[in-house]
Write a protein that binds this ligand. Structure first.
Ligand code: FAD
Length: 309
């Protein structure tokens, strides 16, 4: 059995989600190869070669792959992946953009967002926004799988010494072109990779009040997230949304401030190792999942907490 893992990267840095995906591949067992499709992505391939458990890195360095356009990357993955037992990618925007096309081109079904590996053909995945876990068995010749990073502890970024092999195949479907991107810049850790997340909800009342959370987060080295209500009200941008229709996070510590704990929010954070909730309503459902709960007015509790850190 040989498994192909699609590297998540920005042509410069190998994204941490790749390490979780390699961890899922290691649970399946067999040789693990990593495909780096990009342009000028040599440093990413070198980093992938050092990842523990990886035996080979395929580097497809071509202008067609510079922006990970799925129309171009999917045929490459399908061509290379046809000889593998499994093809895995992180369930990120990129992974979710590329892998369904790969599955279609290989004429197999896709298994989405696995959170555990039972055996080489059987996997667990959440359904109904995480309210039930389905066990899925696949008979496909090539198993095409997206991996929910929060389900797998990452493998070590160092320790491997895989060979890097160049792949010449260039697929330029010419059906889409890259126009531009605007990336949110922040000195705080990225939400899905942060060890601590402080999130605010409708209880924050407005965007300006998020300054209390930013102050606390900066002392803790944390990322700042938000509920959908806070995003919809325009308090903060929607890339901060945690939940079913936002980002899935599982940090060591999640602090929910002025968040009621609707199931759609819990779907994005309930796998956090320790959950702390601050809410003035002792009946708030967030307290049912919280390890530590503080019934208090957030405008008093958060500044006090910040002073203590
Ligand atoms: C299809 C679908 C997808 C969705 N996806 C998401 C998603 O991805 N993420 C998400 O978050 N939601 C999502 N939602 C919305 C979700 O159902 C809730 O509406 C939302 O999570 C509520 O956000 P909230 O907890 O901030 O607001 P509320 O439910 O209004 O809760 C605010 C809380 O703040 C507390 N509070 C108020 N003032 C204070 C104070 N001064 N001090 C302390 N506590 C205070 C209140 O007691 C209350 O518990 C989705 C809904 C649907 C239908």
């Amino acid at each position: 059995m040989t498994i192909l893992v699609i590297a998540e990267h920005d042509n410069k840095v190998l994204a941490p989600a790749t390490l979780n995906t390699v961890a899922a591949a290691a649970k399946i067992g067999g040789d693990i190869h990593v495909l780096v499709a990009g342009q000028g992505a040599g440093a990413v391939a070198e980093a992938a070669a050092k990842v523990a458990g990886v035996s080979k890195v395929l580097l497809a360095d071509n202008a067609a792959y510079a922006h990970q356009l799925p129309e171009n990357v999917a045929p490459l993955v399908a061509e290379l992946g046809a000889g593998y037992s499994h093809i895995l990618a992180a369930a990120t925007s990129n992974g979710k953009n590329i892998l369904p096309r790969v599955a279609a081109q290989l004429d197999v079904d896709q298994i989405s967002e696995i959170v555990s590996v039972e055996s080489a053909d059987t996997f667990k995945r959440p359904i109904y926004a995480g309210n039930a876990i389905a066990t899925v068995q696949s008979t496909a010749a090539v198993k095409v799988i997206t991996v929910r990073a929060t389900g797998f502890d990452p493998v070590a970024a160092e320790g491997g010494s895989a060979a890097v092999e160049a792949v010449a195949a260039a697929h330029d479907a010419s059906t889409s072109s890259f126009v531009g991107e605007e990336l949110a810049k922040s000195d705080r850790p990225e939400l899905t990779a942060a060890k601590i997340v402080v999130s605010g909800g409708r209880g924050m009342q407005n965007g300006d009040n998020f300054k209390h959370l930013y102050a606390l987060a900066d002392k803790l080295g944390a990322a700042v997230g938000a509920s959908r209500a806070a995003v919809d009200a325009g308090f903060v941008p929607n890339d901060m949304q945690v939940g079913q229709t936002g980002k899935i996070v599982a940090p060591q510590l999640y602090i929910a401030v002025g968040i009621s704990g609707a199931i759609q929010h819990l779907a994005g954070m309930k796998d956090s190792k320790v959950i702390v909730a601050i809410n003035k309503d002792e009946e708030a459902p967030i307290f049912q999942v919280a390890d530590y709960g503080l019934v208090a007015d957030l405008f008093e509790a958060v500044p006090e907490l910040e002073k203590l850190v």
